[in-house]
Every structure is written in C-alpha cells, then in structure tokens.
Design a protein around this ligand. Structure first.
Ligand SMILES: *Cc1c(COP(=O)(O)O)cnc(C)c1O
Length: 386
C-alpha cells in the first residue's frame, strides 16, 4: 500500500477461506455443524484450554459466560472503563450492575489496586480486558478474585494468541471470550469463542448458546440424532454458523503468521517513532506475549498545539485512517444517567482517552504503508509542537 488511502484496517482473506466457504455452501449444511466442531477443536487445542464453545460474537460469549456463572440482579461486576461498550452492556442485560474501574497508563489495562477499591459485598465477578492484545496483570487480579471469591471472565477480544507468563490467554480465568469480528486478529466476519477449563461451565455456555436446548442442531438432524429435545433453561440464539466457521478454520491456521507480522510491525513503528517527542508509544511488559491487535499511540496534550481530533483529521488529509480505542464507558450518556458517572471519575482512563490514537496495524499494511503512516505521524507532531 504505497500510494492511495491507507485504511485503518483491511482483513486478510485468502483463497483458502473463499474455497472453504463455497464448499460449505455446496455441502448443504449452513448452520452450526461439522465445521463449527472443527473450529472449536482447533481453537481449544491452540489455546490449550479444556473446552471451547463457538458463539456468534465476543459480546454473546461474555453474556453467556456471566449467565452460566449465575450473575444476575443484585450482583456487581467490575471491569475497566477503557473498553468497548459491550463489556459493560452484557452485565446490564443480566440485570446486574457494571462497576467501572480505572486503568494503568503503562498498558491501559485494569489497575488491580483500583479494582480492589471498587469491591463491595455484592461484587461477584471481574472482567479483565486485555487492551490492544496485552494481557492484564493477571497474577494480581487472580489473587484478588481468589481472596474475595469472584469469578474471572476475561474479555479476550484483542488477545487471541497473547500469553501471560508463558500461558496462552484463555486458560487463566474461569472463562474467556474471544472475538472474530471483521477487524480483530482473526475473523469470521462476526463470531466468537468461549474457552474454559471447567467442563460444567462450558456445557452451560453451550446449552445457553442455543435456546437452552439439550441437543444442538448437529445432533438433532443427523441420522444418529432424534427429533426429541428438552429446554433446560430459556437460552439465547448465539450459535456460530458453519459458513462463518469455514473462514475461522483457515484464519486460525494463519494466526501465528499474522501475529508474527504484527509483532514485526510494532517493532518497526517503535523504530520509526522512538525519537518523536510528544508521543507515547505502546510497550509490551516483559512477562507477556503481546498480540498487537492495536498500535495505540498517546499524544501528550501539553506538548502539542493541536488536539487528538485535529490530529486524526490531519492524518486523514494525508490519506491515512486511524481510530480511537475507546471512549471510556463512564462518559457515555446512558452510563452517566443510569449510574451517576461523570467526567473526572477515572483520571487515568480520561488522560489516556484524551490522547489515544490507534494507528493502522495489520498484515496487509505492508512495510511501505507502515513507513508512510509513521512519517505522517512524526511530521504532524513536529509541525504542531509547543
Ligand atoms: C470487539 C470487542 C468486543 C466485542 O466483540 P464482538 O465480537 O464484536 O461482540 C468486546 N470487547 C472488546 C474490548 C472489543 O474490542
């Protein structure tokens, strides 16, 4: 991508994915079936978890994991405010209360000390969000959870392939939910996966993912199956289709390759931008393998004459797409009105939000594209420094 517009994201879809989708369409089996089973087993083996259940999105996976843990009215669930809205929305869907916590400015992840301050006798669970693909400080978070008997459901939307102290994300908490949304590190267009080492929890997630029926469609319509099923709980319609799984099977095979390129590009960005004053670069903590889903730089407002919005405009004028992750949950109108959150409640998250800009980072960006982005960033910053 040397000339022309550099989009914020372009998915890497190859002939393998296209062929598998076409074969699926020709097979006559479109909804959850053999390809979903294949993807579940391959994903489970990759992560190293005991169980994996394919779902229609990470949002659905978070919802199901919390539901399977019995979270409901009267309960509180803590998560960081610097996340996508769905992390908190699913808690609301269950009639429980989302309690937001602040982040650390070194990794933009949930600050364990602030998590501890937000606990009440009603706290039942915590959702650590592995921001940008960098695992949270899980030793601290798991210790707090153990001490206060909290469930841990990881929002691993950014973190497929990430590792914490040599262990893949997806085996640390009670459950983890991954996203296969179009812009994530591997994609099925829309889709997700829940992993867990607890067979009973995973079975509950599976049951709730398809109406609470005691047999899935595969069992129901094959020769071995029967017409009979029982509804054991009023479940949801959150299953993944075989058309989507067809994409996922090949995306997963390519994932290590994708992650290698992402790591190399993160290193390249650092090399290009290290000397640029007024910009804070993201850094991997030593005990993690970073999945580099995002490359979030942070503009230091006090050193620049332009704000973040203007910076993104100027990037766009130079033909470069960028994004912001995330507008803190506590600043959204519904959360302000419902829970009384206001500006100033989470100083670190707000300081981060004010300056955060996610630069393009994906395999199809190419080294020349990356160099163009880095050059533009450096140039804009130099022209607008105090
Ligand atoms: C993308 C994302 C989600 C939601 O993923 P879906 O698969 O679109 O439901 C949840 N949390 C975070 C942090 C995300 O970035």
């Amino acid at each position: 991508m040397k000339e022309g517009f550099i989009p914020f994201f372009v998915p890497s879809i190859g002939q393998e994915e296209i062929d598998e989708v076409v074969e699926t369409l020709r097979s006559g089996w479109l909804t959850s079936g053999p390809r979903v089973a294949r993807l579940e087993e391959a994903f489970r083996a990759y992560v190293g978890s005991g169980q994996a259940v394919a779902v229609s999105s990470c949002t659905a996976g978070l919802h199901l994991a919390l539901a399977a843990l019995g979270i409901g009215p009267g309960d509180e669930v803590v998560t960081s405010t610097l996340t996508f809205c769905s992390t908190a929305n699913v808690v609301v869907h269950l009639g429980a209360r989302p309690v937001l916590a602040d982040i650390g400015l070194d990794d933009y992840n949930l600050d364990p000390a602030d998590l501890e301050r937000r606990l009440t006798p009603r706290t039942r669970a915590v959702i650590p969000v592995h921001y940008g693909g960098q695992p949270c400080r899980m030793d601290e978070i798991l210790a707090i959870a153990r001490q206060h008997k909290l469930a841990v459901v990881e929002d691993a939307a950014h973190a497929v392939g990430a590792e914490y102290r040599g262990r893949r994300i997806g085996v640390l908490g009670d459950a983890a939910a991954f996203s296969f949304y179009a812009t994530k590190n591997m994609t099925t267009g829309e889709g997700g996966m829940v992993t867990s080492d607890d067979p009973a929890l995973a079975e509950r997630v599976r049951l709730l993912s398809l109406h609470g029926m005691s047999r899935d469609a595969w069992g129901r319509y094959t020769d071995q199956g029967s017409w009979y099923y029982e509804v054991l709980a009023p479940g949801y319609k959150y299953n993944l289709t075989d058309i989507q799984a067809a994409l996922g099977i090949h995306q997963l095979k390519k994932l290590e390759g994708f992650l290698g390129v992402r790591q190399r590009y993160a290193d390249l960005y650092r090399r290009h931008l290290a000397g640029v004053e007024g910009v804070v670069l993201p850094a991997a903590r030593p005990e993690v393998r970073h999945a580099w889903h995002l490359y979030p730089i942070r503009l230091e407002a006090e050193r620049l004459t332009i704000d973040r919005a203007r910076f993104i405009e100027l990037l766009r004028e130079r033909g470069i797409g960028a994004s912001v992750h995330f507008i803190p949950v506590h600043l959204h109108p519904w959360y302000r009105e419902q829970y009384g959150y206001k500006r100033g409640d989470f100083p670190q998250a707000e300081a981060a939000y004010q300056g955060l800009v996610s630069l393009p980072l994906y395999p199809l960006l190419g080294e020349e594209g990356l160099a163009r982005v880095a050059e533009a960033v450096a140039d804009i910053v130099r022209q607008h420094r105090r």
